[in-house]
Design a protein around this ligand. Structure first.
Ligand code: SF4
Ligand code: SF4
Length: 312
């Protein structure tokens, strides 16, 4: 997996456009210098500038591009520019192969839990009120292009700050992790200078609700009932059908599934005495929230009737 240069460098888009169009070698060299400074600021190693510059100048892809910049066309310049930027980020990281505990990864979101993290719950280091479930079929951004698709299998995650999306254990004032000694395995494998470490670890078996609930038969039955009655893959198919055909009759079917979601959540709190804060773990996020990813929301009209409407 490569580092994505878009997260690191914010050069003026108009300036970059000119750079690709004009094809002047001097401008290319100036912009590489500017991008390199931005990368080093981001990595908090500005003092590595001279060292990294030497390494970049030795780099075959830099030398090749520097030699051919004026001969190739704008689209080839653009493509090779971004390849070079990704490579420069790797080179810069190679001069800083350690964690600064800067918290940048904690601010991007929360970790998913793996089977080996089950112990954190068993020992009471975290509670089910602090985690939530992304159920199979939930619409998520599946790849770097950000394409929306159904999640292939369930994930358990730490809850996130609703406004900022930070991991809930990240303390902003101290820029630190409130459970650092007991942080889950994904955080231990998180090495921004070496994305392959996390990519390999990611294949490990994930923790599921059934692993956590073990022998609690009432709750396992609740989860199974909800998965069956409020199937997210079925909901996804309905919305894809709506998108492809414009057939709005599927909205009634979808609304019926949303009603069941509300009913089962009520059942969990009233009959099984579960607390509201536990429901995002037991039953995943409410469907009324999930459908916003499809550009829809629940509305109540003046007669008190619920229906699905476009979420502008
Ligand atoms: S691993 Fe996370 S906390 Fe450590 S330096 Fe990288 S972004 Fe910062
Ligand atoms: S658990 Fe701690 S280390 Fe892991 S993302 Fe949250 S705040 Fe960061």
């Amino acid at each position: 997996m490569k580092h994505n240069s878009a997260h690191f460098i914010q050069l003026d888009p108009a300036l970059l456009q000119d750079l690709f169009q004009s094809g002047k070698r001097k401008d290319f060299v100036d912009q590489v210098r500017q991008a390199l400074r931005q990368i080093l600021v981001k990595l908090q190693v500005e003092s590595h500038y001279d060292r990294v510059t030497i390494l970049v100048k030795r780099e075959p892809c830099y030398r090749a591009l520097n030699n051919t910049w004026e001969q190739i066309g704008p689209s080839a310049r653009r493509q090779k520019w971004y390849e070079l930027m990704d490579r420069i980020i790797q080179i810069a990281y190679s001069t800083r192969p350690y964690c600064l505990r800067c918290g940048a990864c904690c601010r991007l979101g929360s970790p998913s839990l793996h089977l080996r993290d089950g112990d954190l719950l068993a020992r009471g280091m975290i509670s089910i009120r602090q985690i939530y479930t992304l159920r199979r079929g939930e619409p998520v951004r599946l790849n770097i292009e950000g394409k929306l698709g159904p999640l292939p299998s369930e994930l358990i995650k730490f809850k996130e700050d609703q406004e900022k999306g930070y991991c809930r254990f990240y303390t902003e004032t101290q820029k630190s992790c409130a459970i650092y000694e007991n942080r889950p395995s994904q955080c231990r494998f998180q090495q921004c200078w070496n994305p392959e470490a996390l990519e390999e670890f990611w294949r490990e078996q994930k923790l599921t609700r059934r692993d956590i609930l073990k022998n609690d038969q009432d709750l396992i039955e609740l989860v199974e009932l909800h998965d069956e009655q409020c199937n997210l893959e079925e909901l996804h198919e309905l919305f894809i059908h709506l998108h492809n055909t414009g057939d709005i009759t599927v909205l009634n079917q979808a609304l019926e599934i949303l009603r069941k979601d509300v009913a089962i959540r009520n059942l969990a709190t009233t009959r099984l005495n579960r607390q509201e804060e536990e429901l995002d773990f037991l039953l995943g996020r409410p469907l009324a929230e999930i459908i916003r990813a499809y550009g829809l929301k629940v509305e109540r009209d003046q007669d008190g009737v619920y229906h699905l409407a476009e979420d502008r």
